[in-house]
Design a protein around this ligand. Structure first.
Ligand code: ADP
Length: 424
């Protein structure tokens, strides 16, 4: 599913960005072509002005002058002396004849102003299409001069093949660059959306694992409840009472597990908040210590508490949640410490942070497992048989401390056992 979403998201991201890029590129290309055409026309106009000036400077038109004009660039020209073509260099081809006819027609149609007195001199530059339609493919310059009582008309034409070639190359380059940009955009979007989706994918994986582990945990007490319920039908009074006891204890276990799961789910969905208030941590620790003393004594475990001599400033935290974390740690300490062991609770304050430590001299946690014990439903193998231990305690503790922007760390107790440290 994620692969499909990933592909669609990458295509959408790349598509939108490419669309914007393509619009920008087309806009830029349009402006650039326009300015190229305009500068090329201005250059043509300037050259024509120079040619016209040199023509008008002398009273007679010499072959020399005409050869000079022709050698200046890629120009064709036609000279009409009182309307009759003047032959220069070589006879024009039939195509050239048609071309000049089109140019003159265009000029007469668009520019020639009829007046009674012909102007002594005029020079008009224009662009036109030799095919009569589509984009212009020639620049033209019509020079009309009134010389010695006669009319001299010159048409100079310049094909726009070089300009069109330049525009064509520019378009091709743009298309190539845009295609490269599209490929780069898709690759970037692919990588970017992959990174974007990774936490979601991991979250979904964790949820699936959570559901699988929860179902697995619920199946055992449920199986016991069902078998006890069916067995109690056939048993005597005494056996029935025993089965009912089992049903009750398994039911309580299930209810505890469901409560833990709900708590964790609420924490993850942020529908659960901590209620911070000024709390005397030493009092809180002392109360928890007193509550667990009888539980520890039942297992012949000695519980100690080390509190600072001077009173500490109040800590801003949710006392009930911190009490819950302490209960989890002490409860674990009692569970994973053999009889006659000891558990020590301590509190210190260094002026910046409070450190609460729960130290036991129990079975300890191998280094390879330390990284996993805060994961949901994680239990070390030797603890699997422990009833009421679902592997959720430390993940709840870690979520609570995270919500306090604190830290919870695990280490070894010198001489054996584990030490949990909470930094608030
Ligand atoms: P559980 O409910 O199984 O104790 P926790 O999340 O509280 O779940 O602990 C996860 C695992 O970490 C336990 O199964 C146990 O293997 C290990 N563990 C936790 N606390 C201790 C401890 N004080 N000593 C040794 N192992 C511990």
């Amino acid at each position: 599913m994620f692969r499909k979403v990933h592909l669609r998201l990458a295509a959408l991201c790349a598509g939108i960005t490419f669309f914007i890029l393509a619009i920008m590129s087309c806009g830029y290309l349009y402006i650039s072509e326009k300015s190229l055409k305009s500068s090329s026309f201005t250059a043509f106009q300037n050259e024509m002005k120079e040619i016209a000036d040199s023509l008008t400077a002398s009273s007679v038109l010499t072959w020399d002058q005409l050869s000079k004009i022709e050698s200046q660039g890629t120009y064709f020209f036609q000279i009409l002396d009182n309307g009759a073509p003047l032959l220069f260099n070589q006879k024009p081809s039939s195509e050239q004849k048609v071309l000049f006819e089109t140019a003159w027609n265009y000029y007469h149609k668009h520019f020639e102003i009829f007046s009674l007195e012909p102007a002594p001199f005029s020079c008009t530059e224009f662009d036109f299409s030799s095919r009569g339609l589509g984009s212009s493919d020639y620049y033209g310059c019509a020079i009309a001069a009134n010389r010695n009582g006669g009319n001299l008309e010159i048409m100079i034409l310049m094909p726009l093949t070089a300009l069109q070639q330049q525009i064509h190359t520019q378009r091709l380059l743009f298309a190539l660059l845009t295609a490269l940009a599209a490929a780069a955009l898709f690759l970037f979007s692919w990588y970017f959306t992959k990174r974007l989706l990774r936490p979601l994918e991991e979250n979904q994986k964790r949820q699936t694992q959570f559901i699988a582990a929860a179902s697995h945990e619920l199946r055992t007490p449920l199986a016991v409840i069902l078998s006890c319920a069916s067995a109690s039908r056939y048993g005597n009074e005494e056996e029935r009472a025993h089965f009912l006891d089992s049903i009750q204890s398994e039911g309580t276990r299930m209810s505890g597990l469901i409560e833990d799961m709900l708590l964790l789910t609420n924490m993850k969905s942020h529908s659960w908040t901590i209620e911070k208030r000024r709390t005397e941590l030493d009092t809180l620790l002392l109360e928890t210590f007193e509550a667990f003393e009888p539980v520890a004594a039942e297992k012949s475990i000695r519980l100690f508490i080390d509190l600072p001599d001077r009173s500490l400033p109040a800590c801003s935290c949710d006392p009930e949640r911190i009490r819950q974390v302490l209960s989890i740690l002490i409860h674990n300490g009692i569970s994973y410490t053999p009889s006659h062991g000891q558990i020590r609770l301590s509190l210190t304050f260094d002026g910046k942070a409070y450190r609460i430590q729960v130290t036991d001299n129990g079975i300890g946690i191998p280094d390879a497992e330390k990284a996993h014990i805060f994961n949901r439903f994680y239990r070390a193998d030797q603890a699997r048989s422990q009833k009421g231990h679902f592997g959720l305690g430390l993940s709840i503790a870690s979520e609570i401390i995270k919500a306090h922007q604190g830290k919870i760390l695990v280490g070894d107790t010198p001489g054996g056992g584990s030490t949990f440290t909470i930094v608030l």
